[in-house]
Design a protein around this ligand. Sequence first.
Ligand SMILES: O=C(O)C(=O)C[C@]1(C(=O)O)C=C[C@@H](O)C=C1
Length: 669
Amino acid sequence: MSGTPELASLRAELDDIDRTLVELIARRLDTVTAVGKAKANSATPVRDVERERAVLEAVEAVARRHGVSGDLVRRVFREIIGHAVDRQSADLIATSAKTVTVGFPGAEHSYSHLAAAKHLAGRGEAAGFTGYGSYADVLAALETGECDLAVLPIEDTTAGSINQVYDLLRLREIAVVGEETWRMNHCLAAVGDVPLGALTHVLADPRGLEQCADFLRSLPAAITVHIADGGEAMRAVAERADASYAAIGSPEAADAHGLTVLRPGIADAEETFTRFVVLAATPIEVDARVPSKTSLVLTTRHEEGALLRCLEILAGSGHSLTKLESRPRPGRPFEYLFFVDFEGNVADPRTQLMLDELRSAALYIKVLGSYPAKVTRTEPQPGAVPQASAEALEAVVVAPVAAVASKKAKRLVDRETRGEDTLVRVGDVLVGGDGFVVMAGPCSVESADQIRATARAVKDAGAHLLRGGVFKPRTSPYAFQGLGWDGLALLAEAGREVGLPIVTEVMAVEQVQRMALSADLLQVGARNMQNFDLLRALGKVDRPVLLKRGLSSTIDEWLGAAEYILAAGNQQVILCERGIRTFESATRNTLDLSAVPVLHERTHLPVIIDPSHGTGNRRYVAPMSRAARAVGSHGLLIEVHPEPDTALSDADQSIDHAQFAALMAGLSR
Ligand SMILES: O=C(O)C(=O)C[C@]1(C(=O)O)C=C[C@@H](O)C=C1
């Protein structure tokens, strides 16, 4: 150690003070843990904002009496109290004894790595950390089980939201299980104590460059070099060992690579925080006493004021919105989906009720998860969530969620839940309400020529959607099974050519995501009506679903199947009556047209009729189409083929182009 004996003795005294400070922090943490246990025994919420404010005011007053900056002491204590809340929350959440593996984007000592380490320290769990090359790579590691948790940056207070992460959250089957914040304290570091004027290159990640733009303008001679993250920039500068190269990153990364900090705190904004999401393969249950947030993805209905209605449901039920982010809705230019964060917990029956209401007001909802909140309002706002009474909280803790849910008599499909008719938008076509929509095309897509010819013919006759099977559930395994994905490409191309949205059957869970990319309406066939895994998977995509009635299903079973889709988040369901099995053998099935008025009474969902399967005989398709219209259905699904007698499937019930044109003319009479 360098310096005079006096300096050495003063430093020894400082070491002693620092040790005492840390020992006192440890003692405070022990007491905080005991306070947490006392709260757990008395159903008291973990967070007490009033108490925190009192603690901060008290320590600030002490600081002032000793001539110490009140602001400094407030900041230090905010960190300490934040950690106390983490500890108490973690004690209420079941954690495993094993070492948790955590994936993060970038190199060691990147901000994501630092935030991940901070988060795991807050949970009091042993962890191993692995850096990955991209956000998608981190999530792939989570999905394969290589990591238990993933930590990704999602927004920062100067450069805004990280869209790529929002898009991944929408697409992947992952849950948000936590959040973390990190104060970005960018510094400039190099291999030695070089004057700034001697620097020729500054390495940094794009967001770091954006956040330090003003500072960088003071180094006009230096070229900026984009690197994936600050940790990697520091590593590269250390490895290069060239004094004219500097890096922007955290002081922790500079330290770890033995670099000299040339300038600390170079970010333009005084305080830049980044918020990170913590992700896992499955959601967690958060104890009702832990201050929690819930994240979800939402698509609004095509009605005026639809977003406002959703926000009113949140606010009206006492759930404070903490973030609303809009992103483009894939496949729908200039339409948006919304990412919503609010203070609340899906384990709370009040939040469940609010979500049920939201589900029926929105078109599509995907709940990403509930998790202990880190970023909450510190000051109570006017109109903030009223503090729940002790009895109410006790009720939350005691009432098992399943018991509350099972008492619910109303379902999302029920008319009582939603008075207005649901309008389902398919491409630019609205199904439901007063409209009458005709979907027509071959039973199976057989060739490019066949589907193109029929697409043109049905369009010219006035059809609104093009149908065509590509995966065919046939009674015999030896019958034509459809052209598969190649067929879908032909159908999509034909639909595009004539300007009609397309509908086709999805048969398996694995097909759902891929099919949703090109089909405008996903059909569930009669044989799959109670394939609950398939229904749940369809509930998780933002694409409308055409749900055919099962061959031997009652109306109630059919609505139960639709409920699976709605309950999983997707409210865009059209029901399709296609005939049921009865003793009558004069027709292939018995077309139950009485289902239409029954359904109008019982559900808000649109219902259409398939007279082709319903009768199995082309002679009856036109009369039953007229009857379907008369009875109040919202549309038709009709099989049309250029040469029905040569059709590879359902030849008997297909009509040709001229017959379809006549049918359409007959409908308008
Ligand atoms: O006093 C409490 O209830 C505590 O749990 C302690 C403490 C703190 O660290 O001071 C922590 C969390 C609460 O929000 C308020 C204060």
